[in-house]
Design a protein around this ligand. Structure first.
Ligand code: FES
Ligand code: FE2
Length: 457
């Protein structure tokens, strides 16, 4: 049975019921209906360049192996032996021609096919009873697609293709992951840590919440944390509003600052940095300065001037983000209604010099990751928001997501810019994210989801 909370999300009044962050039944339904049908990031092609390379990850809570078979095709399948369900590998990554289960020795090749069963002749009499050995390979994720090196997978065969699913979010994503047309890669090290908050608070923060930056990150800003940054410079009014609070009106009226929300829940806030604004703040090495300029020029040449100027915060539904100022991929893996395992991949433009890549890791770890200043600021809030939602009295009262809901500030369509509302401050992106979340929780099929007209919040 599919649960239908009558007032989980109230789009007319901008209200969100707190139970969606803590209720166990809702969470179980979310794993099926949302994570079981969405395109989920499972790794980067640069992690598995050679035949036999693999990485392990999770899709929702499902343990998954992503591997390249001997003919070069990338597969994703459940890391669970078909005999008694044991994991067939316990490694985070590696290279092998086959996976032998450590329980009784059933063995699978790098495409997931079952290639050996101990005693197959003598004990099984070459008869699997139900089906043949071909039917007992590892359980495949039926849809796997790449977007400029990022690998996404989907359990639902009827889901739209990845590009259709991305919609206008692809406008931003391409510039970020393939700035110079040579592709991207990720560092071998992936940061992983666990926090006691619901995964949606993180996604909601990244999809549209610039509002928190003035207060949540004030102490980091006062401590001078932003005196050096590779994220470039905003328009002065917006930068001041973010740093100090206030001057919101001026910042909101900047026509080059807008927010975008898409049919399938992705979104972000984008500022097109002024043409003469510096590409970084504070001191950086000469090599880094040269690289940043060269990358900017390459994007302009390949994708046009607007995308060369983007500064963004953003998220792809349900649990993925690329932080524009920190060159990191964030994935929030659900581990229970009140627990999230956060993963950060360091993302590099393939054309960047090796020294620049090392500097990017060093620099960006200061912001996000278990020791990142901004990460620690953010997580504290998400943990307490989650905890409060467990209490009987607090749960009677929904959360307020009404900022900007009634503003009629749609901007005219313009070449190479997505459907957008003026100003990066507003909670319409978050409401749009929850609209899609609720639709997925209720919809029987992707056909139903696709047929609904897109009415942006
Ligand atoms: S559980 Fe894998 S071989 Fe038995
Ligand atoms: Fe933040």
């Amino acid at each position: 049975m599919v649960l239908k909370g009558v007032k989980w999300i109230d789009l007319d009044h901008g209200l969100v019921d707190r139970s969606i962050f803590v209720d166990e039944e809702i969470y179980q339904q979310e794993l099926e209906q949302v994570f079981g049908r969405s395109w989920l990031f499972v790794g980067h092609e640069s992690q598995i360049p050679n035949a036999g390379d693999f990485v392990t990850t999770t899709m929702g809570e499902e343990p998954v192996i992503v591997s390249r078979d001997k003919s070069g095709v990338v597969h994703a399948y459940l890391n669970s032996c078909r005999h008694r369900g044991n994991a067939v590998t316990r490694a985070n990554l590696g290279n092998c021609s086959s996976f032998m289960c450590s329980y009784h020795g059933w063995t699978y090749d790098s495409s997931g096919a079952l290639i050996s069963v101990p005693g197959y002749k003598e004990l099984y009499h070459e008869d699997m009873i139900k089906g043949t050995r071909d039917d007992w390979g590892l359980i495949k994720v039926p849809r796997v697609e790449s977007f400029h090196g990022l690998i996404f997978a989907n359990w639902d065969e009827t889901a739209p293709g990845l590009v259709e699913y991305l919609g206008e979010y692809g406008w931003f994503l391409e510039a970020r992951v393939d700035p110079q047309g040579h592709g991207s890669e990720v560092d071998a090290v992936v940061l992983k840590w666990t926090m006691n908050h619901n995964w949606k608070f993180a996604a909601d923060n990244f999809v549209g919440d610039i509002y928190h930056t003035t207060i949540t990150h004030k102490s980091a800003n006062l401590a001078g944390h932003r005196t050096r940054s590779l994220g470039g410079a905003q328009a002065p009014a917006e930068a001041e509003a973010m740093r100090e609070g206030g001057r919101y009106t001026e910042a909101q009226s900047n026509p080059d600052a807008f927010r975008m929300a898409t049919k399938y829940g992705h979104g972000g806030g984008f500022t097109l940095r002024p043409a003469d604004a510096p590409l970084y703040r504070g001191e950086v090495s000469e090599q880094m300065a040269t690289y940043l300029q060269q990358r900017r020029d390459a994007i302009e040449q390949r994708l046009g001037p607007n995308r060369a100027r983007i500064i963004a915060f953003n998220a792809m539904f349900p649990n993925f983000s690329i932080n524009s100022s920190a060159e990191q991929i964030h994935v929030w893996h659900p581990r229970g209604p009140q627990k999230t395992e956060s993963w950060i991949y360091f993302l590099f433009d393939k054309a960047a010099p090796e020294e620049v890549k090392r500097q990017l890791v060093w620099e960006n770890s200061r912001h996000f990751g278990p020791a990142g200043m901004f990460e620690q600021d953010d997580a504290d809030n998400w943990i307490l928001s989650t905890k409060a939602a467990t209490s009987a009295i607090a749960r009677r009262h929904p959360l307020h997501y009404g900022m900007g809901l009634k503003d009629n500030n749609w901007l005219e369509p313009k070449e190479d810019l997505p459907l957008r509302r003026q100003g990066t401050w507003g909670e319409t992106n978050q409401l749009n994210f929850y609209r899609v979340w609720q639709d997925m929780m209720w919809a029987k099929s992707w056909d139903e989801l696709r047929s609904q007209p897109f009415e942006p919040v």
